[in-house]
Design a protein around this ligand. Sequence first.
Ligand code: G3H
Ligand code: ZN
Length: 300
Amino acid sequence: MNFSTKQYFKKAEEGNYAIGQFNCSSADQVKAVILVAQKLNAPVIVGTSEGESKFMGLRQAVKLVESYQEETGLPIILNADHTYKDAKDIQNLDKIKALLDAGYNSIHFDGSVLPYQENVKWTSEVVKMCKEKNPDISVEGELGFLPGASKVSKEKLEFKEEYFTDPEKALEFVKVTGVDRLAVSVGNSHGISADEPKLDFDRIAKINEKVRDYAVLVLHGGSGIPDEDIKKAILLGIRKINVNTELRAAFTIALKDYFIKNPEETTPYKYLQASIDAMQKVVENKIIVFGSGGKAGSSF
Ligand code: G3H
Ligand code: ZN
């Protein structure tokens, strides 16, 4: 998948919009994302977490996305999301090697659970390894901790002051590691929980002011944040937004509804269509809110 992923984010910076990363567990979900991207002529990122890519297969995910790219002409990024999420016991970078060999054109290394210096060390190594293999690859690092997980829960999440990304540290982190993108903790969380997320807009602005010459900002936990808050965050410099839980929920609820109405159905292409349609609605609304519709362009 050889096109400049950097150009993709540079355009988002110039145009003041954010590119959506939509997490997918299956080919059906990838199809839903691409259909909307095509309809709205939007740049999109297909995200696969470690669990999602394990289920799909690394090479299979790459080939699937490549085939859509060839067919649609859209610049579709395939991002390995939260690689080494449990980085506490990290020994080597075998997982990164496997992703690069398979052909992923974007990697998110998540060293957020590591002590700062360890995070810097491993993230720098990942950047070096990725750029040696493919200078056009886009690498995301993470600084600050996000509570929660990509599911719907009634729990209340705890936000400790130490979770939040410090603007000064963020500057040092991007300068030393050389990441293209920085995932930040600014009141966002993974999943949909009891309380609505409250973004720290002031912090987003301060971090962006510091790092904008080096890296673009990424907002994880895009589910459940009010549209108006998302728009404000984009105005303050967020250029990539990750969405998973809302997609999972839409897909699954539609499937459950389908079987309540059609308990005898056994043909996958029939019962999966409702899920694909439901997921498309969520993706479409997100792309409109992110302002990335019509931005796929023809220059890739
Ligand atoms: O990396 C994936 C995202 O941060 C997903 O977050 O499940 O809250 O949408 P979400
Ligand atoms: Zn995330």
